[in-house]
Design a protein around this ligand. Structure first.
Ligand code: FES
Ligand code: FES
Length: 236
């Protein structure tokens, strides 16, 4: 008995099977059609944005970025635009809880997402702990980077309530401060995280002020640790 009759398959069966398989492989599989995306613009369109828990309806051209919509159309000027190209982090807002550069997002594309700006952090006219910590740690000078910096720090603390200094540095690595407030920002995040108390981080430094008779009056003032370190560096 041949091998073919033992297995029950003839050579002809095998050839026929191969041809059927090849024909099946050659039949193009129709991919499910992608949902057609609706083109909008270039003329202005009506959009609704959910900002700080409130719906804001505006009419903008589809090319308008979220940062400009916030500032110029809605009046939320706490968000700053510095580079306008995603390089400095000044325009950082939260989109569904994630820190993002609002100069890189089209306003029309974030409809239906929850957007939080610096103005949305306070509750009942009280600043959020991270904002209070920035004030207490003197973590700002010109303020252009500050709202973006605060938003990045807030996201960090929500994910990681007790971050290390290294983790804070990493979290703000996309936020540039031209005034060099970085040591104060680290201080602020540690305060907000409860890793440093206000009193433990205040240091007494000598200062002076002009007296009424024009003489120089020496007096001690309490400043944030980071400020004391910066003064020491200046004097050195
Ligand atoms: S203004 Fe958006 S990253 Fe600089
Ligand atoms: S405080 Fe001026 S750029 Fe940061």
């Amino acid at each position: 008995m041949s091998d073919e009759s033992k297995s029950g398959f003839t050579r002809r069966d095998l050839v026929r099977g191969a041809l059927v398989g090849a024909a099946a492989a050659a039949v193009p599989v129709k991919a499910p059609a992608a949902p057609a995306s609706r083109a909008i613009g270039p003329q202005a369109v009506a959009i609704a944005l959910k900002i700080n828990g409130k719906i804001e309806k505006i009419v903008v051209e589809p090319r308008v970025v979220l940062a400009d919509a916030l500032r110029d159309r809605i009046g939320l000027t706490g968000t700053k635009v510095v580079c306008g190209r995603g390089a400095c982090g000044a325009c950082t807002v939260l989109v569904d809880g994630v820190a993002q550069c609002s100069c890189l997002l089209l306003a029309a594309e974030v409809q239906g997402r929850a957007i939080t700006t610096i103005e949305g952090l306070k509750t009942d006219s009280r600043l959020a702990p991270i904002q209070e910590a920035f004030v207490a740690a003197d973590a700002l000078q010109c303020g252009f980077c500050t709202s973006g910096m605060v938003m990045s720090c807030k996201t960090l603390l929500e994910k990681n309530p007790k971050p290390s200094r290294e983790e804070i540095r990493e979290a703000i690595s996309g936020n540039f401060c031209r005034c060099g407030t970085y040591p104060h920002v680290l201080d602020a995040v540690e305060r907000a995280a409860g890793l440093k108390t206000a009193s433990s981080s205040l240091t007494i430094v000598p200062a002076w002020r002009p007296g009424s008779d024009g003489r120089r009056l020496e007096e001690d003032v309490r400043v944030a640790q980071a400020t004391a370190e910066a003064l020491e560096l200046e004097e050195a």
